[in-house]
Design a protein around this ligand. Sequence first.
Ligand SMILES: Cc1ncc(COP(=O)(O)O)c(C=O)c1O
Length: 457
Amino acid sequence: MAYKNFSTEQLQALDAAHHLHPFTDHAALRADGVRVVTEADGHYIQDSEGKRILDAMAGLWCVNVGYGREELAKVAYEQMSELAYYNSFFKSTVPTTTLLASRIAELAPAHMNQVFFGSSGSESNDTAIRTVRHFWALQGKPEKHVIISRHDAYHGSTIAAVSMGGMGAMQGQLGPMLPGFVHVMAPYDFELAEPGESREDFGRRAAEAVEDAILSAGPENVAAFVGEPIQGAGGVKIPPETYWPEIQRICRKYDVLLMLDEVITGFGRTGEWFAAQAMGIEPDTITVAKGITSGYQPLSAVIVGDRMAEVLEQGGEYYHGYTYSGHPVAAAVALENINIIEREGLIDRVRDHTGPYLTQRLAEIIGEHPLVGEVRGFGLLAAIEIVRDRETRERFEPAGHAASMIRDYSIQHGMMMRAVGDTMIFSPPLTWTQETIDDAAEIVRLALDDAAIDLFE
Ligand SMILES: Cc1ncc(COP(=O)(O)O)c(C=O)c1O
């Protein structure tokens, strides 16, 4: 491969000179030197210096079937050789795209049968926003446009996705936000529950905040409520079991659509194809990306429920779409990726074995560690809250410092995990085994021990 003629130092110098990275402090990156990742296989990535790192984040929550799958490379090659590109405008389609739409409809909740494709999660959330507003306009209710979201929600990086998301730092850099988005509290009992308030009561209170927001905007103005079933980039915030049933009830009561962002939770991560099924939610739209191709190709989709689809189908031309909506190569890879997930029984394995085992094992190994305030998990998503004081849940100052330190020690010990504020997060490939989880938990313990020496000295 072309890069093999370049040394690590040469690549780092070129990168520093020319590459603007996403979500990066460039001065800090240039001071440290970028890590050049050159290959990956199974559960491990490897850098240009030959260091192998266990990837507890599945890339960016996406490599669900693990790295190095020849089957996916093969179908991409075959599709590119046969038909590299054609669009789905002009009353056309390509076979793989049609077959993928029909396959997704089979896997999705029974009332969801139509699929609109994009290339990224952000793009598909833009599609979802436009589509719910278009639906209400077609019903003669264009004023029904407000979308209620939550603090700490991550829906992507486009202007609409940042406005709909709940990330203060991103919104601070956006300038004027798009109008029509209202934000309510996240269902994050670890920090937001009142003293003595049960998790169940907290879940109902967090849902009530949505009802209050609907009433204050006026139900006649509210198009939808949007949420990640489990807030991912916001810190793997898992709502109490009382939360989603209440949200569902409230949305129905006020005829507000329910939009789920399953960009992380879709395609097996929660132990079902979709978290909607794992949590008993009946949404009107589901946005997916990432695990749909396990990151082997950029692809995303909005799965649309029958109620909306029936109106859209009768609504004349919908002026919306992307050059790469339903890209044939991405669709071919997605179809084979779904085959792999099914053939290897990965979803049952996450639901019945590795999902519960990840949380249980982390709790056993580090649950009583002086730095750990809580271990929580759902499927193959897990989080560890880092605190200075386990009783009072006081954090270290400055915010995020302790968790970044633990992340850096973890990488030194050979595992990539991520820090969000003061929360350590896990989202490994669905192919992890009990042995991989044992190894990972041991590395977390080592990283916590190292950090404790620095933090408590
Ligand atoms: C829940 C959620 N929605 C949307 C996105 C945006 O996806 P993309 O980065 O592909 O635009 C992400 C990305 O992490 C995500 O986690």
